[in-house]
Design a protein. Structure first.
Length: 142
C-alpha cells in the first residue's frame, strides 16, 4: 500500500496514528518498531496535519485523541481492534493476541477505554510530540 501526503510518499502496509504527547502511546510506538523488523508500519501523531487529513475523510474525524488508529487497506480501526490487528503483525508471540478478538468488541473496548482514560495519570504526558531519531525519521509522517 502506498501512503501519500502532499510532500511524502512511502511504501508500507500499515499506518499507525497515535497520541503524540502520551507517554504510553510513545512507548507503544517504540515497542512496535522493535517488533517490526520488516518495517510494515509507519507512524503519524494524531496531532499532525497528515493524520487530520486522513481522519477528516472518516466518521472519527472529530473524536478526542483517546485511541490508537490503524489505517489498513483504506479502512480505519480504533481502540482494541486496532491494537490487536497491530499485535497480529509483530514478531514473537505477540501475534497470538489476535485470539483476543474472540472476546466481544464491547468488552474489549471497555477495558481499552479504562486504560485510555487514565493513561496520562499512570504514564504521564509530554509537552510536545516525540521527535524520532534520524534512523527512524523516514517511518514518521506528518
Amino acid at each position: 500500500m502506498m501512503i501519500q501526503h502532499s510532500s511524502t510518499s512511502v511504501q508500507a502496509s500499515y499506518l499507525v496514528l497515535f497520541d503524540g504527547v502520551c507517554n504510553l502511546c510513545n512507548h507503544s510506538v517504540q515497542f512496535i518498531i522493535r517488533h517490526d523488523p520488516n518495517e510494515k508500519f509507519v507512524f503519524a501523531s494524531l496531532q499532525s496535519s497528515f493524520a487530520q487529513e486522513i481522519l477528516a475523510r472518516s466518521s472519527i474525524a472529530h473524536q478526542p485523541f483517546d485511541s490508537v488508529v490503524l489505517y489498513k487497506n483504506e479502512q480505519l480501526y480504533t481502540k482494541s481492534e486496532a491494537a490487536l490487528l497491530i499485535a497480529a503483525e509483530l514478531t514473537g508471540g505477540w501475534r497470538y493476541l489476535r485470539f483476543l478478538r474472540l472476546v466481544p468488541l464491547k468488552w474489549r473496548n471497555w477495558i481499552y477505554d479504562q486504560i485510555a482514560q487514565r493513561r496520562y495519570r499512570f504514564f504521564g504526558k509530554k509537552e510536545s510530540c516525540m521527535l524520532p531519531s534520524p534512523e527512524l525519521k523516514r517511518r514518521f509522517l506528518g
